[in-house]
Design a protein around this ligand. Sequence first.
Ligand SMILES: O=C(O)CCC(=O)C(=O)O
Ligand SMILES: [Fe+2]
Length: 277
Amino acid sequence: MSLRFTRLSPALGAIVEGFDLATPLNDELRQRVSDALLQHQVLFFRGQDVSPQQQRDFAAWFGDLHIHPLYPKIEDTPQIMVLDTALNDLRDNAIWHTDVTFIDTPPLGSVLVARKLPEYGGDTLWASGTAAWRGLSPYFQQLLDGLTATHDFTKSFPLSRFGHTPEALANYEETRRKTPPVVHPVIRTHPVTGEKALFVSDGFTTHINELEPAESQAVLQFLFAHFAKPEYSVRWRWQPGDVAFWDNRVTQHYAVDDYRPAHRIMHRATILGDKPF
Ligand SMILES: O=C(O)CCC(=O)C(=O)O
Ligand SMILES: [Fe+2]
């Protein structure tokens, strides 16, 4: 396959042409997609016809897959998480977040397939943590580097939205027990490129551990606003057959909640990563 890339914004994002996700990968192609992911941070593929099993198999070329503790999954393919507005209230995605930072080894990346789209609306934005880091003054960079922050899934997934049946309540409580808040560096180093990136997000980051509560709140408010600046982001308008693959180590994203009551379904495969440093 000969791959062609069209960059979408200075900060991140590229459309990839000449690639069929349903075709089994080989090591060389995997390496080329990996390299492109490092360079562009989020890749978009159009006109794909990929089954949930093929989506899972494509994602599995890049690492072990995560099974989400709370969201619905495809029957027999639990590695594919279902984001369906008819099944769940998906407002927790309409906030800037990096996926699953509430575990010790947050995902390396995710592969998202559009299954059903509203006629218009329902765009998704991604923002680059490396671009956001470079946009800070050396003085502020120095202040942040070395700080740690706490990430907690209950910030985005409160019991009030996930405990509606006795089984759901039991599952939520078990998830709570197994998934206590975790600590990550505020500034992360990409394990492959060595680049520094902002690694806090409104979705799951509750506080900066070394600061007084009021200081932490003020700094986080600033960082969330800074990270969300259009200069560091790209906005994707979905079409049927679109697939997005992002580097979850150095980006955050936001699913725009502007299309309800129209029905939208997305399928996500989530690739586990390593411990941030
Ligand atoms: O629905 C979307 O466009 C993105 C939802 C989301 O946050 C995710 O898949 O991780
Ligand atoms: Fe997400």
